[in-house]
Design a protein around this ligand. Structure first.
Ligand SMILES: *[C@@H]1O[C@H](CO)[C@@H](O)[C@H](O)[C@H]1NC(C)=O
Ligand SMILES: *[C@@H]1O[C@H](CO)[C@@H](O)[C@H](O)[C@H]1NC(C)=O
Ligand SMILES: *[C@@H]1O[C@H](CO)[C@@H](O)[C@H](O)[C@H]1NC(C)=O
Ligand SMILES: *[C@@H]1O[C@H](CO)[C@@H](O)[C@H](O)[C@H]1NC(C)=O
Length: 216
């Protein structure tokens, strides 16, 4: 998927890759968010990380029939990395991208940092990353902005605090925002009936755009 604001060719050298959560490009939320980022004047590329096989959104509503273990085996970390790498190559060679930013949500929040060690992504924004390891944080080689939720079974309170400590100890150029009342996934799939979640989603969007405006 590709979206950009018309007649803004001057921005083409700066391109943003949108690295989705496990629901991939199938859910409207991600497409709408990509369009919204494009409205901030950045072309946005959204790769299909799962070759047409995302986790069905019904799983988030507690569907017991889906085998997540099996799905993860079908989409190992290396396979997702390969798609991110080919997207970076496409942006560089076909679109002429000179500076590449990336947003990553949940699962995507693990893969963006993995490419910030001189592997093509210059500036990153990640929201409620899943399974982000200390080694992956230590390898980050550019400005990174982090949007985190108070209630997150993946990036728990202790992991979140450790992540910030690690970034600080690295002297990284970073921002870490913690949104109270927000749950894992809020950056894409906020429950907008809950004022804290609605605010957190809007603020995380603004956080991302401001970050790219400053550092990309
Ligand atoms: C889920 O998939 C894994 C890996 O194929 C398998 O070992 C496990 O038995 C499955 N679980 C269920 C409940 O079917
Ligand atoms: C979490 O990340 C580690 C290191 O990248 C990897 O070995 C492990 O398989 C991942 N687990 C999940 C559930 O993705
Ligand atoms: C971080 O910056 C401080 C103060 O300039 C310096 O003492 C320290 O060695 C730096 N740490 C790293 C890992 O670069
Ligand atoms: C969203 O929040 C409202 C208010 O708390 C709640 O009634 C509703 O069930 C929530 N929707 C989802 C999909 O969780």
């Amino acid at each position: 998927m590709f979206a950009r604001r018309t007649d803004q060719e001057r921005q083409w050298s700066k391109i943003i890759i949108f690295v989705t959560d496990i629901y991939g490009i199938a859910i409207p939320n991600s497409k709408l968010l990509a369009d919204h980022i494009a409205k901030a004047n950045y072309p946005v590329i959204v790769p299909d990380l799962f070759a047409g096989d995302p986790v069905p959104v019904s799983v988030s509503e507690g569907s017991p029939v889906f085998n997540m273990t099996e799905w993860r085996l079908r989409h190992p970390i290396d396979a997702i990395d390969a798609i991110v790498a080919s997207t970076i190559a496409y942006v560089q060679s076909e679109l002429g991208g000179k500076r590449i930013g990336a947003v990553g949500y949940c699962l995507g929040g693990k893969h963006v940092p993995r490419f910030m060690a001189s592997k093509g992504i210059d500036v990153g924004f990640i929201a409620h990353p899943s399974n982000l390891t200390t080694d992956e944080i230590l390898a980050i080689g550019g400005p990174i902005s982090l949007a985190t939720a108070q209630f997150d079974g993946s990036l728990t309170q202790s992991l979140r605090r450790a992540a910030v400590d690690t970034l600080e100890s690295m002297n990284a150029t970073f921002q870490a925002s913690l949104y109270s009342g927000a749950n894992h996934g809020f950056g894409v799939r906020a429950n907008v009936s809950v004022p804290q979640e609605k605010y957190a989603k809007a603020a995380a969007y603004a956080q991302a755009v401001q970050w790219f405006d400053a550092w990309l």
